[in-house]
Write a protein that binds this ligand. Structure first.
Ligand code: 13P
Length: 273
């Protein structure tokens, strides 16, 4: 099933998809084992930096092979595509879905770049996500205002034809200094005026009750990255502290398992269990 059809199926249900970033074989494996355990579909995301780290064919083929190996339903998605060229490369490689993030550009520029990406992605039958509003990226200020405005969201989706729209309602990427307070009223208002699947970026550190509430109000996809990196590295550091083992195949599995446990918890939330 195409991701864009899955999104339509999820509309008006209390269920969303979890989109997990992966960085190497181990985090990919951890995430997919959770999907197997929970018998849940999942989205696997790659950012430009992960693509540059692993190389595009390696990252993509490894994910595709792992999906087939585990026999789970999963889609491969480009997270925060920052240029038409990168999107085009990923579509050529076989990605199921791409995000074009021109959210820092003026409204009409965001529309025009996104329109170009949608036109290209249609040729590949791929799904497109765009972003409207200010969701702080790692290292950016979380103080800056810039929540998505419902009227703009409606116009943006109508003019671009995107399948999914990332909205700014109070989340940011990375860890929070204080508990995030989401503007759920705004989310409901955006839901009322647009048919695109709504996406919540910055899922790490958002309380589970808040995630459930956001799904109830129309979020179809929740992105999770920082918590995956964090649990993987923390577990690995703790394991290595009193360890002289040099066989990395004996060291990594605890960190893989920790990722699996984390993602399984999140999958329960998005699947309303
Ligand atoms: P976190 O790193 O805050 O989980 O955000 C992930 C994300 O939104 C990726 O696009």
């Amino acid at each position: 099933m195409r991701l864009q059809d899955k999104y339509k199926e999820l509309r008006n249900t209390p269920i969303a998809l979890l989109a997990t970033n992966f960085y190497n074989f181990e985090t990919l494996e951890g995430v997919l084992q959770a999907a197997v355990q929970c018998k849940s579909p999942i989205i696997l995301q790659l950012t430009r930096s992960s693509i540059e780290y692993m190389g595009l064919p390696m990252a993509f083929q490894m994910a595709r092979t792992a999906i087939n190996h585990h026999g789970v339903k999963a889609w491969i998605h480009l997270d925060h595509g920052d240029s038409y060229e990168l999107v085009a490369q990923c579509l050529d490689e076989g990605f199921d879905s791409v995000m074009i993030d021109a959210s820092e550009k003026p409204f009409f520029e965001n529309i025009s770049v996104t329109q170009k990406v949608v036109a290209l992605a249609r040729k590949y039958d791929a799904c497109v996500e765009a972003e409207l509003g200010y969701v702080a990226k790692l290292g950016q200020s979380t103080e800056k205002e810039g929540f998505t405005m419902p009227e703009e969201a409606s116009r943006f989706v109508d003019e671009t034809g995107v399948d999914a729209l990332a909205v700014a309602i109070g989340t940011s990427h990375g860890f929070y200094k204080k508990e995030p307070r989401l503007d759920l009223e705004r989310l409901s208002n955006i839901r009322e005026v647009t048919n695109a699947a709504l996406v919540l970026h910055g899922g790490s550190g958002v309380p589970h009750a808040t995630l459930r509430e956001a799904i109830g109000r129309g979020i179809c996809k929740i992105n999770l990255a920082t918590e995956i990196k964090n649990i993987f590295m923390k577990t690995l550091k703790a394991k290595l502290e009193n360890e002289s083992e040099i066989d990395l195949r004996k060291v990594f599995p605890v960190a893989i398992d920790a990722v699996t446990m984390l993602v399984a918890e999140k999958l329960k939330v998005v699947n309303n269990k």
